[in-house]
Design a protein around this ligand. Structure first.
Ligand code: PLP
Length: 306
């Protein structure tokens, strides 16, 4: 039994109306740890457990860390997550509720990650949040499910942080004979690392991430994501933080699901940017989810960004 669940694919009347084409939602927000990340991280953790790992180590205070904690609890393997001081109380509590040991260290992720790396012993497995082929192959299972349902889209719309989801979805499209389906890769302006690399035509690091969509906050995408972006099948779309947050609120009313702005960014394209979808009749949106935002956070961000 894998650690993730098969998720529903539903047609969305409200998003279809807004976008002017058929919008189907792959509801990864329903994964038990709150996001798609458990697909790839669960698969990687199972592999490392078979290979004898005695502990899982992560440096993500977000959904990747939560997925590692969830996987460790289910596999009976202890988990240590090193997070920076900026990590929210809510995220730390969620990790502890999954039974993970949480170590707070450093002003930014770089320092937390450096400590996590320095702690690694021979029998530990380190779980990177996006740059690992085991993750991509695991994430690809979401497209296997779409294909098994026979719902071939004209395009797939998804959010990009470090590009693990992008790499996984494109692996899934390719292995189901859908390699020509275009992918719309959405980022917020303050976290547009894929966009910057595509503009430059070479791997590029942002000086800083300024978006509230913290789950998209990789300064540089993984090499695989950059390589895929050069295939001609990936189209970059940018939205504002305000659009991402507004999309979360609208989606909460429309589908009774609360997602992070990282996911709202993709939804915002359907709600606010129908022209970006004009060439397509049937679009699958990966509703990547995210467990670290509350309804109260959404309200505060909306006020702050207005
Ligand atoms: C991790 C994450 C992303 C981005 O995924 P990458 O593999 O880093 O591109 C998007 N949305 C949510 C909710 C996430 O947790």
């Amino acid at each position: 039994m894998p650690l993730h669940i098969p998720t529903p694919l539903i047609e969305s009347a409200p998003l279809s109306r807004a976008a002017g084409c058929a919008i189907w939602l792959k509801l990864e927000a329903l994964q038990p740890p709150g996001s798609f990340k458990i697909r790839g991280i669960g698969a990687a953790c199972e592999r490392y457990a078979q290979e004898g790992a005695k502990r899982f180590v992560s440096s993500s205070g977000g959904n990747a860390g939560l997925a590692v904690a969830y996987a460790g609890r289910h596999l009976g393997i202890p988990v240590t997550v090193v997070v920076p001081q900026t990590t929210s109380q809510r995220a730390k509590e969620l990790l502890q509720l999954e039974g993970a040991e949480v170590i707070v260290h450093g002003a930014s992720w770089q320092e937390a990650n450096a400590l996590a790396q320095s702690m690694l012993q021979d029998s530990d497995a380190f779980l990177h949040p996006f740059d690992n082929p085991l993750l991509w192959t695991g994430h690809a299972s979401m497209i296997d499910e779409v294909a098994a349902g026979g719902h071939k889209p004209d395009a797939v719309l998804l959010s990009v942080g470090g590009g693990g989801l992008l790499a996984g979805v494109m692996e899934g499209l390719a292995r189901n004979g859908w390699g020509n389906v275009p992918v719309l890769a959405v980022e917020t302006h303050g976290a547009a690392s894929l966009h910057a690399a595509m503009q430059a035509g070479q791997p590029t690091a942002l000086d800083a991430v300024t978006s509230i969509a913290t789950s998209l906050g990789a300064r540089q995408v993984c090499a695989r994501a950059f390589e895929l972006s050069q295939s001609g099948k990936v189209h970059s779309v940018l939205v504002s933080d305000q659009q991402a947050v507004a999309a979360c609120s609208r989606f909460l009313d429309d589908h009774r699901l609360l997602v992070e702005p990282a996911c709202g960014a993709a939804l915002a394209v359907a709600y606010d940017r129908p022209e970006a979808l004009a060439a397509f009749q049937k679009v699958v949106i990966i509703v990547c989810g995210g467990a670290t935002a509350s309804a109260d956070n959404l309200r505060k961000w909306a006020v702050q960004l207005a």
